[in-house]
Ligand binder design. Structure first.
Ligand code: TXA
Ligand code: MG
Length: 350
């Protein structure tokens, strides 16, 4: 029986090897917990129907129990196991965007443990686009509850090494499925009879959804009836996805001034910069300062930028900079998810 106290480091399993996948399956069936690849970020998975295993996920992440988990399925045919009702709009969204980075919040089946949903009457569900994730869940034979595989409030992992850096001595295994293709978490949508509430912008963009469902009404996520905000979507908690280094979100037009101000008052310390697009025009500006810079893109490609975001933040965090200035990116498409993560990183109060 896997137990957090009997193992000091986690098994590193290779998703290309059937014997390694079988070992991950068997650990999960026995109530173990482990890092698994998805197309968005690595998840910290447990069998959703084993409350003791789910409790270990909360413990390993140091995550407050009022923050519910996403349940991952391999196939829409499994929906009735976790959702008691799937509206026609939810069905259409699932048909169009699954497998993929979209999470639907649906009425919950009472058999789903309270710990998974934090006692809410709803359950968050998605089908990941990573084939290894789906194969793993199908072999386990039970839905997997999986938050991102990072310590609570910290940067989400997009490689197996990121998972090990934060959780190595707290989990039973990591299953390597390569770097995550999307790089930001799934979009979380509450599906209601009157329309959709965007609880978290993510890998499926609002533009993609409205292109397919132009008629759909977008409801105010802050006005969800009968709930206060942390209960509806604790992912909306302002401080989240934070590096240890303080981070400030700056409009591109003010970046030069902010760098000059800060460098003037901190002449001997390094400043970290997270920049949007590297072009001949932006490359050398702002100049003449002790800076460490990460660029999200050279071509303006949103997908590549989103996929790099968390790795760039990690390198900045390790760059010995006193402060990270992050340039706000255009608020469109995946830019919404990128700005959302940067805003939360900046909201860090410690
Ligand atoms: O891409 C992703 O979504 C990744 C991968 C591993 O699938 N998972 C992920 O999980 O980001 P996590 O736990 O870090 O974020 C789950 C989000 C949180 O914002 C949580 O509050 C929200 O989903 N959520 C979960 N259940 C909910 C519910 N019943 N009602 C509203 N929001 C819910
Ligand atoms: Mg998370």
């Amino acid at each position: 029986m896997p137990n957090s106290h009997s193992r000091s480091t986690s098994l590193r399993l290779d998703g290309r090897l059937p014997a390694d996948v079988a070992q991950a399956v068997s650990l999960l069936q026995q109530g173990g917990i482990g890092g698994i690849p998805t197309e968005t970020v690595y998840g910290l998975a447990a069998d959703a129907f084993q409350p003791r295993a789910v409790a270990r996920v909360f413990e390993a992440k140091q995550r407050p129990a009022f923050d519910p988990l996403i349940v991952h399925l391999p196939d829409p045919a499994w929906l009735p196991r976790v959702a008691r009702e799937v509206s026609s709009l939810a069905r259409q969204l699932a048909g169009r965007f699954w497998p993929g980075p979209l999470t639907l919040v649906l009425p919950r089946q009472t058999t789903v443990p309270d710990l998974v949903t934090s006692g809410l009457d709803s359950v968050a569900v998605r089908i990941p686009a990573h084939p290894l994730a789906r194969e793993l869940i199908a072999q386990v034979g039970s839905p997997l509850a999986a938050p991102s595989a990072n310590l609570f409030g910290r940067i989400s992992p997009t490689t197996v090494q990121h998972v090990l850096d934060q959780l190595e001595d707290r989990i039973d295994f990591v299953l390597d499925g390569g770097p995550c293709r999307v790089g930001v978490e799934s979009t979380v949508l509450q599906v209601e009879p009157e329309g959709l509430r965007l609880l978290r912008p993510g890998g499926t963009t609002v533009e993609e959804i409205t292109a397919v469902f132009p008629e759909v009404a977008w409801l105010d996520p802050l006005a969800s009836p009968g709930h206060n905000l942390p209960q509806v979507a604790p992912g909306l908690l302002t401080q989240h996805y934070a590096p240890r280094t303080p981070l400030e979100l700056v409009d591109p037009a003010n970046l030069g001034d902010r760098v000059r101000d800060w460098s003037g008052s901190h002449p001997h310390t390094q400043l970290g910069l997270l920049r949007w697009q590297k072009t001949p025009a932006t490359r050398d500006e702002p100049a003449g300062t002790n800076t460490y810079t990460e660029w999200l893109t050279t071509t303006g490609d949103w997908k590549g930028a989103a996929a790099r975001l968390f790795a760039c933040l990690r390198r900045l965090d390790e760059s010995q900079s006193e402060l990270i200035l992050a340039e706000r990116v255009p608020e469109t498409g995946l830019g919404r998810a990128i700005n959302d993560r940067l805003r939360r990183a900046a909201a860090r109060t410690e």
